[in-house]
Design a protein around this ligand. Structure first.
Ligand SMILES: [Zn+2]
Length: 227
């Protein structure tokens, strides 16, 4: 199984979790919410074959951690995976809109010209985020748990971007109408564990009748672009 968006670093026993995934042959990309978390975690991950750690700065933490952008730049060459980064303009977070944008611009500037796989958070900020990704010419983006307007999906696809879907999405009407608009070769799977109550990837695949082989092919295609 392939989990392109997981938060094992905030689980109670991260090492037990990833050891079990590694033994099962699963590929797991661990998000980090701050570059300092990446710095702490990366020494523990290096010996794993299928587990990767992404360098991130979560939009909800951006306002209180502006100086972490320095660490982001410092560690950017230590991984091919970036996440979780993005924007969140939902009610609880709209107050930090401007600082979120300025922090994200710094991250995108640092990413310019680098070949990474980038998992993004876009809640209620899909249009602004997409415009910024285009402005900075960011490639290989995965829209994680997309819940925005379906009208924007064709434009996201036209950039060659992917969508990572989870079990919760496959169980909601809104999620299903989004998934219906995504061609099968642009779908990836994610758990978003432990934040997501319904995070079973096998069930997600069964619910939308997509096979592990298809997901593997999609991920391999994306991976081939950064190698
Ligand atoms: Zn997440």
């Amino acid at each position: 199984m392939i989990d392109t968006h997981c938060h094992f670093d905030i689980m109670p026993k991260p090492e037990a979790y990833i050891r079990q995934k590694e033994q099962a042959g699963d590929i797991v990309i661990g998000m980090t919410n701050l570059p300092s978390h990446f710095k702490l975690g990366i020494p523990f991950i290096r010996n794993y074959k299928h587990i990767r750690l992404a360098l991130g700065l979560h939009p909800l933490l951006a306002a209180d951690n502006i100086r972490e952008t320095n660490l982001f730049r410092e560690y950017i060459n230590q991984t091919s995976y970036i996440g979780e980064i993005g924007l969140d303009f939902s009610k609880a977070c709209i107050g930090t809109k401007d600082v979120q944008i300025s922090v994200l611009k710094e991250l995108l500037a640092a990413l310019q010209g680098k070949n990474k796989i980038v998992s993004v958070h876009s809640r209620k900020a899909e249009k602004v985020l997409l415009a910024l990704l285009c402005e900075y010419d960011i490639k290989n983006v995965i829209f994680h748990w997309y819940s925005g307007p379906t009208a924007l999906i064709p434009e996201i696809l036209s950039k060659g971007y992917y969508f990572s879907i989870n079990e919760s999405m496959t169980l909601s009407n809104n999620g299903r109408s989004i998934i219906d608009m995504i061609p099968r070769n642009r779908i990836l799977t994610e758990s978003d564990a432990p934040y997501n109550e319904k995070s079973d990837i096998k069930k997600a695949m069964a619910n939308i009748q997509i096979t592990e082989a298809e997901i593997f092919r999609n991920f391999s295609e994306l991976l081939s672009r950064v190698r």
